[in-house]
Write a protein that binds this ligand. Structure first.
Ligand SMILES: *Cc1c(COP(=O)(O)O)cnc(C)c1O
Length: 321
């Protein structure tokens, strides 16, 4: 689980109590792991993976980081920025056409070369490999990283996060559940590996926003085993299907849960990951008297954009004197 680390994030992130949200739900103590506050590039959990991915790239003497994602990927922006500060070049495969998004604008501004890919996100990893092979033929020293940074090396960053939260946890009893959103699965895989290494038998409730639960559960268990060097306890992992109306689209229940979190705690959740995780927290652990842990993974830039849209659509009422 050890790998070279290139420091990017502000660590440890705080563990804070969500007393007003817990009271509103009528549940026991609720804690939030504040990976929305990792600092680097407002990149949330991606800063943790990139510390290890960039550290590994530098240790291998790579001079160009090659990866990819969809146009709204938080990972592509963060990877471009991390490569820039580490003095590496960055080339990115962007599926679905490189239309203008904040994340792509940030990546381009950081100096990354964008390669649009026609077709679905599933084709990205193969295209990343082809791009890296082409760069190697030109005499470059590329390091190819699959989308989301979900490799053993990237997951090691999140294993370190597990050690952090075990050291911070103040309750006499362990959390009834750790609720965390799941995209490519690297974060939750690292979390499982790190909890096992810390000897913490904490149940993890993963909220899958892009892949079917069976498929992503298998991926996560394999990656956790590779990260930890030993198979994790599969019985501690439950992954629920939160794909709902589609990737990046929050259901009415997701939006209601996000609004509750915003109005009780002032925390901003995005429509792709955070809102879905909040809805699962409310549904599965809403009235549980036992302590629980809600992992905030970031997504603040898109949360801000969507909170504004939502307010305009639904709630701004004119007040006449
Ligand atoms: C990428 C991302 C996730 C999911 O992390 P994975 O490691 O891909 O499962 C969750 N929340 C936010 C805000 C993200 O950007």
């Amino acid at each position: 689980m050890t790998s070279a680390r290139f420091p990017l994030a502000v660590l440890p992130t705080p563990l804070t109590r969500l007393d007003r949200l817990a009271a509103a739900l009528g549940r026991g103590p609720l804690w939030a792991k504040r990976d929305d506050l990792t600092g680097f590039g407002v990149a949330g959990n991606k800063a943790r993976a990139l510390e290890h991915l960039v550290g590994d790239a530098l240790a291998r003497g790579a001079d160009v980081l090659v990866t990819g994602g969809g146009p709204d990927s938080n990972f592509v922006a963060a990877a471009a920025l991390a490569a820039a500060v580490a003095g590496m070049d960055c080339e990115l495969v962007v599926a679905g056409g490189a239309h203008r998004t904040t994340n792509l604008a940030l990546a381009a501004d950081a100096g990354a070369v964008l390669h649009p890919l026609d077709g679905p996100r599933e084709g990205i990893d193969a295209a990343v490999e082809r791009l890296a092979a082409g760069l190697a033929r030109e005499g470059r020293r590329p390091l190819a990283v699959p989308r989301g940074g979900s490799t053993r090396v990237g997951a090691a960053g999140f294993a370190a996060a597990a050690a952090e939260v075990v050291a911070q946890w103040p309750e006499p009893q362990p959390p009834a559940s750790v609720v965390i959103p799941v995209g490519s699965g690297g974060s939750v895989a690292g979390l499982l590996a790190g909890l096992a290494a810390a000897g913490a038998d904490w149940p993890v409730l993963g909220v899958s926003v892009s892949r079917p639960p069976d498929e992503i559960t298998a991926t996560v268990l394999d990656l956790a085993a590779a990260t930890a060097g030993a198979p994790p306890r599969a019985d501690l992992l439950t992954i629920v299907d939160a794909r709902g109306p589609g990737f990046g689209v929050a259901s009415p229940a997701d939006r209601a849960a996000a609004a509750l979190v915003r109005r009780t705690e002032g925390l901003l959740l995005d429509d792709t990951y955070g809102a879905e995780a909040a809805a699962v927290l409310v549904e599965h652990l809403g009235t549980d008297p036992r302590p629980a842990l809600f992992w905030l993974t970031g997504g603040i830039p898109s949360a801000l954009a969507h909170a504004g849209e939502q307010a305009h659509d639904e709630e701004i009422r004119e007040r006449t004197p």
